[in-house]
Ligand binder design. Sequence first.
Ligand code: PLP
Length: 403
Amino acid sequence: MAGARKPGRNFLFVPGPTNVPDRILRAMHIALEDHRSSDFPKLTLPLFEDLKKIFKTREGQVFIYPSSGTGAWESSLTNTRSPGDKLLAARFGQFSHLWIDLARRHGLEVVVQEEEWGTGVDPERIEEALRADKGHEIKGVMVVHNETATGVTSNVAAVRRAMDAADHPALLYVDGVSSIASIDFRFDEWRVDLAITGSQKGLMLPAGLGIVCASQKALGAMKDATCRRAYFDFADHMRANPTGYFPYTASLTLLHGLRESLAMLQEEGLDNVFARHRYLASGARAAVRAWGLKLCAREPKWYSDTVSAIMVPHGFNGADVIDRAYRRYNLALGAGLSQMAGKLFRIGHLGDLNELMLLAAISGAEMAMNDVGIEVELGSGVAAAQAEFRGATQVREQKVAAE
Ligand code: PLP
């Protein structure tokens, strides 16, 4: 089709899938192999061990599925629950909503605490509900650590403290799809029972792996759990995984990519990866301030280091900004979802990313906003982010020099 070619790079700034680094692309550029060969466990066994470091767990058991994050959601629930079981969940964005919906479709009863979109889990309300549940009918608390739809990070440690304060035995289910490997996540320390992630965000891979980490307590819940499960049954994986195999054909290409991704995360150092995300996010937030716009996240305590959801002024449609950015500047921004449709656009700043890449996205967002009539000053967001980066770098360098 004449004129269809878009020269130059596509700037991928949706909050997942994220940029796949060249190293990972090369690692995946392989001829396929026999997933039942005697060599296969050399690839797979270290993956389970290295993923445990990403979850920050010694005791947890990792499961890898050829699925997306949604499959990991399903796996966490069906392996540990029975139809009719009661769960407690806060809803404050499209992903917390979808997880609740999935649980209900499996016959689980979800008590929903509605929170304003732009805020997150309220640990006090969780504690209150658990204290009131004298008979321990609530079997699990579901928390979306980072609500990708609104750019809100909740405090999982505080939820764990609330559960402890109420002395409640419910399992703690945490969606870490857009936090794990980008924002600090501590499976053992927070005593998470089921943590869920996918390959296409902090792990810098294409979509196609759903990953679950289960505590020993969660594995203990399997024997009484009668939810229907087949493809996602932990038990089949627990039989095959210890020798390095899977109960069905593995995503060999993605597993090779995962090998490289984990090596890259180890080389940078997980804590440095978190610090980089915090630093880049502060640049994105400085740009939003300079534009005179607001984040969907109501207060700094909710700010996400992996995605900024930016409210467009009244009378404008966020979808127009996104469409313009994509068609004219080859820049992919994230859309507003469900009740936020049209009201915002999102810049994903997670995965394999540095300052200049993010500045390109900020620049493109500025131009697209101007094109659709939102009068932010051209260059203002870029300059504010640059100043933020320069200041932060000086602080960082001083810190290094002082040590
Ligand atoms: N949970 C969160 C927080 C997400 O951001 C997403 C996807 O973006 C999902 C779950 C669903 O994951 P997937 O689309 O990989 O099925």
